[in-house]
Ligand binder design. Sequence first.
Ligand code: AMP
Length: 211
Amino acid sequence: MRLILLGAPGAGKGTQAKNITSKYDIAHISTGDILRDEVKNNTELGIKANQYMKEGKLVPDELVIEMIRRILVKDGSGTGFLMDGFPRTLVQAKKFDEMLANLGQTIDKVINISVEPARLIKRLTSRRVCSSCNNICSIEGNEDSTMQCPLCGGQLYKRKDDNEEVIEQRLKVYEQQTKPLIDYYSKKGLLFEVDGTDTEAEVKERIFSIL
Ligand code: AMP
């Protein structure tokens, strides 16, 4: 199964991607996670990507496309994949179609998780990531406590781009550059809409019923 998960920052792509890939045993390919690793390891790509990411801008298409091309070549088709955070521009989407066609592959479904902007901002400002197991969780309602990871007890950290100024920029970039992909995949008959407003479990069930 080859899937793409679309949605604004904070829509719950990362969380639902983990639910989907563990149930269907397909690779979870998160360009954001890969780029953050590249930055952490101070690689050539990481050094190039860092400033864009800090400012909430998109990393240039050619860098991200090359990164995905390498993954596809290396991993082949496997049992399939779920793309989380890619494609993010029409240029990336068209290039991705080309790359898959060359491998004799197609995308099965594109799921768009939608959440209203005010809720996205609230989710992103209270989002935390576990430094041990990478679990994504929320400190909403627990702002004053020194909360630990509910899964493993690890220490939680706030992503550098989850501050209000950068969030505003990321949502603007989403509206301008990524939202047009909804129409792109809808015209191809691949798009499935999911309301991402409710609890993780409810959204998960909605997605599973589509798959
Ligand atoms: P994410 O974890 O998906 O929110 O991505 C974090 C940041 O990584 C984004 O704000 C971009 O700077 C960069 N990024 C991730 N995926 C892409 C992509 N497909 N194209 C360009 N930049 C990306």
